[in-house]
Design a protein around this ligand. Structure first.
Ligand code: GAR
Length: 204
């Protein structure tokens, strides 16, 4: 049996994508192994969810006046390297990692973003898509690069926008599709498959 690839998941909030990833990673045929969940928010509900699933979950205290060894990114780097992490999955992790950190970390970092990138980088994508009067919304899994939400696209999923939709209803309908997409993309990525995955629902 080849050695499993060590994975860390970074969260800031609910952790529903995290939970979907952990449940799949724990399956015997998965090429990866979940080592740790790290949050930049002590109150993140995802921390409790990770613990329930038996995964070590740690929150890093964010002191904006801390520098050097105690800075958030240095603590994060230490945790990742001491756990031999090769792949980091950002799952609703809302902090932007600096290009210095990205250069230093030798593994790959993936992220899930709630829009059809390169459209709607940044925050509040559910509200912003409704303002555009479009028919289709979606989510993207991509590699993290120094350009915010600008790294190589690995997969995309879509949902049709309905007339009665609100930012909340879009988020609620998109989440289960995000879970499926992230789970499938991570397996794909770890097996070295570089084909882009498209899961399109054009509502016809
Ligand atoms: C997800 O919708 C994810 O796409 C988004 O945060 C949510 C986290 O939900 N990520 C971003 O906005 C990153 N810029 P979860 O905590 O339930 O997985």
């Amino acid at each position: 049996m080849p050695e499993k690839i060590k994975i860390a998941i970074l969260i800031s909030g609910l952790g529903s994508n995290m939970e979907a990833l952990i449940k799949d990673i724990k399956k015997q045929d998965h090429p990866g192994e979940i080592a740790i969940v790290i949050s930049d928010n002590t109150d993140a509900l995802g921390l409790k969810r990770a613990e329930k699933l038996g995964v070590p979950a740690i929150s890093l205290v964010q002191d904006p006046t801390a520098f050097g060894k105690n800075s958030f990114e240095n603590q994060l780097f230490e945790l990742l390297t001491s756990n031999n992490i090769q792949i980091v999955c950002l799952a609703g992790f809302m902090k932007i990692l600096s290009s210095k950190f990205l250069k230093k970390f030798s593994g790959e970092i993936l992220n899930i973003h709630p829009s059809i990138l390169p459209s709607l980088k940044g925050l509040n994508t559910h509200r912003r898509i409704l303002e555009k009067n479009l028919d289709v919304h979606g989510a993207t899994v991509h590699k993290v690069s120094k350009d915010l939400d600008g790294g190589m696209i690995l997969s995309q999923t879509t949902i049709a926008i309905l007339e009665k939709d609100t930012p909340e209803s879009l988020s609620q309908r998109l989440k289960p599709k995000e879970h499926q997409l992230y789970v499938q993309t991570l397996r794909h990525f770890l097996s070295g498959n570089s084909n882009i995955i498209q899961k399109l629902d054009l509502g016809h």
